[in-house]
Design a protein around this ligand. Sequence first.
Ligand code: BGC
Length: 418
Amino acid sequence: MENKNDLLFSKDFYWGSATSAYQVEGMNTNSDWWAWEQEEIKGAHSKVRDLSGNSCDHYSRFREDFDWAKDLGQNAHRLSIEWARIQPSENEWSSEAVEHYKEVIAALRERNIEPFVTALHFTLPQWVADYGGWLNPKIVSSYAKYVEFLIENFGDKVTYWFTLNEPLIAAEMSFLKGAWAPAKNKSVPDFFHALRNMIKAHKTGYGVMKQAAQKKGYSIKVGAAHNLIAFTPYNTKSVFDVFLAAALQKIFIKAYLGFFSVKTDDFIAVNFYFTSRVHLTLLNISAAFVGIKDEGEVLTDVGWTMRPEGLYRVLINLINFKKEIFITENGVADVQDRHRAQFIVEHLKAVNQAIVQGADVRGYFYWSLTDNFEWAYGFAPRFGLLAVDYSTLSRTARHSALVYKRICSSNAIAADLV
Ligand code: BGC
């Protein structure tokens, strides 16, 4: 029964969850992370805690996972295609991999789940890494051929495409922090080099994908999934903090999305995890940019804050772009499932509030459908709506998955959850 205090979403709202190929499929032996992990783990100061190995074996269990998604009331799913599977070497296109992903997409469609597909979610084929990966401008043309191939082969079945996942984070983690494959060292010039090639890959990719679709008569929408950081005031009563947060938010969104020429994209996709509560004080300069944690603030299992007001802030700042918006990731590492239900509810309340104020948000994807390989952290952080027992690979729905199911199935946050 509807209640006048329910927070409603539009009837065609996309409710889903997200995954990425390397994190769930298992045995992506041709990707750059694979060899990097094997090397890293041998070292005394290994940057990876686990080998990705068989991961959740989603490669063979995708139907079971999509049954779960369906059962959990979801009508959309974000996944990625592993470039290294599709193109194992420069002159080789794998028909087996094409068949596989066609089956994956068909399995979603059979369940009335709309596929949202990322062409590249962090990992590169080893042959691309061997010539320098993001540090070699050649990657732009290799990538363009790959995405053209994707549209030719899957463009009739998939409307929503993402060129890249979180380019800023990829460049930061690999090159600025030297913490992810393929990088070994921290290097500011490499960071900018990589980022520049990512920007070129996105822009070229966008054009190539749209053109390939047009040639075939397919109708597709293309954008990139960006990790957009929020800036909010630490002291909401301080005009300095309020002004600083508002200014940083505007500058960050305008400059960053400007580099990626988001104005020409078909939509804006936001992965949302981080909010800096910024504070202007001479005693702590970094507080003005990085922000500060509150004393006693409850954190996720990986030490991240949970600040839904940041999502509202980001969405409000996207209104002027006059684009469809998707929240393509938002999730929490929470093995005990203590915070996840409330986390989802609070973030969706923020989304609802932003929609009411004019943000054209069309969908929300919780990260992640299942627990998975959380990059350098390994398997310990548990982001999933479904808990995975890695010894048997069985999946179990967490309590929060059922709360999210209520929201997805009713297209509303019921008054008793608000
Ligand atoms: C990435 C995911 C990752 C998630 C949680 C996002 O930035 O796209 O691959 O698992 O964050 O860390």
